[in-house]
Design a protein around this ligand. Structure first.
Ligand code: F6P
Length: 323
């Protein structure tokens, strides 16, 4: 391998810049040429890329977003789009790709790698933390801290008015962000897609925890919850209990922004370097991950097939903490 290209695709996550920086610096360290591709797979199809130097990635470790920009390319879902992509890579003499993103990014990588026998290594970057093969994805820790900070603020006003707040957090169909931020912010109840919403339990909590004590209450709702998010649950509870002063906050895309936490910068740096080393070791179609603080490689097929479970111990302790 002599020349590598790197891209970020799908929803951006804080720490992606730190990962790009590590990929670029590792390539230079190992005497490889390195190209940055703009707007994910779309830039690959449009031949929107440029060679990067060490100073191209100076001063970005602390920035959220991704300086390469991101996209969810529809063209890359077509055979024709992928043919243009391989033509552009060959034209520029690029032998391998590092893709930073989530499951959509790796699905594209897997199809492309198989179709054109092109070596690709993935780096997990998503605030959802929903990738099998790694304990943490880049961006998750920062998003967690953002959610906790926001919930702390909402708690102040909720307490001042003795209100019941339903706060919706991102995570697509996974409850990692809701579960961990719920524990960290002292939420009275946490609703995640992985666990069937028990209305009796919620009702019991509202009766004992909220209506009797007349203090504030925070219910964290994962956007993928089966009921359909915080608005729907709040509507249902509000109908049954017109006496409650209910409010809803949907945190939305603010969870995706901000300067990455030290934790995300460090894991992004480790994963970026490991991705380049994996390519030099002739690995392909694998995702770099961290399990028990050790770098591990997981084939895309496995990372995509398996659903990462929520930590059962965390689920268990929420029951104790919310009594
Ligand atoms: O995968 C990251 C994520 O932020 C999810 O939590 C959320 O469901 C989705 O992306 C939102 O996507 P978009 O930015 O396209 O609205």
């Amino acid at each position: 391998i002599k020349s590598v290209a790197v891209l970020t695709s799908g929803g951006d996550a804080p720490g992606m810049n730190a990962a790009i920086r590590a990929v670029v610096r590792a390539c230079i360290y190992y005497n490889l040429k390195v190209f940055g591709i703009k707007r994910g797979y779309q830039g690959l199809i449009d031949d929107d890329m440029e060679e990067l130097q060490s100073n191209s990635v100076s001063n970005i470790i602390q920035s959220g977003g991704t300086f390469l920009k991101s996209a969810r390319s529809m063209d890359f879902r077509t055979e024709e789009g992928r043919k243009n992509a391989i033509t552009n890579l060959k034209k520029r003499g690029i032998d391998a790709l590092v893709v930073i993103g989530g499951d959509g990014t790796f699905t594209g990588a897997r199809i492309f790698g198989e179709e054109h026998h092109f070596p690709i290594v993935g780096i997990p970057g998503t605030i959802d933390n929903d990738l099998y093969g790694t304990d943490y994805t880049i961006g998750y820790d920062t998003a967690l801290n953002t959610v906790v900070e926001a919930v702390d603020k909402i708690r102040d006003t909720a307490t001042a008015h003795s209100r019941l707040f339903f706060i919706e957090v991102m995570g697509r169909d996974a409850g990692f962000l809701a579960l961990r931020s719920g524990i960290a912010s002292g939420a009275e109840a946490i609703l995640v897609p992985e666990v069937k919403t028990d209305f009796d339990q919620l009702e019991h909590f509202l009766q004992t925890g909220f209506s009797k004590k007349k203090t504030s209450s925070i219910v964290l709702v994962s956007e993928g919850d089966e009921i359909g998010g915080a608005l729907k649950i709040a509507e249902q509870v509000g109908k049954e209990h017109p006496e409650y002063d209910v409010r809803v906050t949907i945190l939305g895309h603010l969870q995706r922004g901000g300067s990455p936490s030290a934790f995300d910068r460090v894991i992004a740096s480790r994963m970026g370097i490991s991705a380049v080393e994996a390519l030099l070791d002739n690995q392909e179609d694998v995702m770099v991950g961290l399990t028990n603080n050790q770098v591990v490689l997981t084939p895309f097929s496995e990372a995509l097939k398996n659903k990462k479970p929520l930590n059962p111990q965390l689920l268990e302790i929420t029951k104790i903490l919310s009594i």
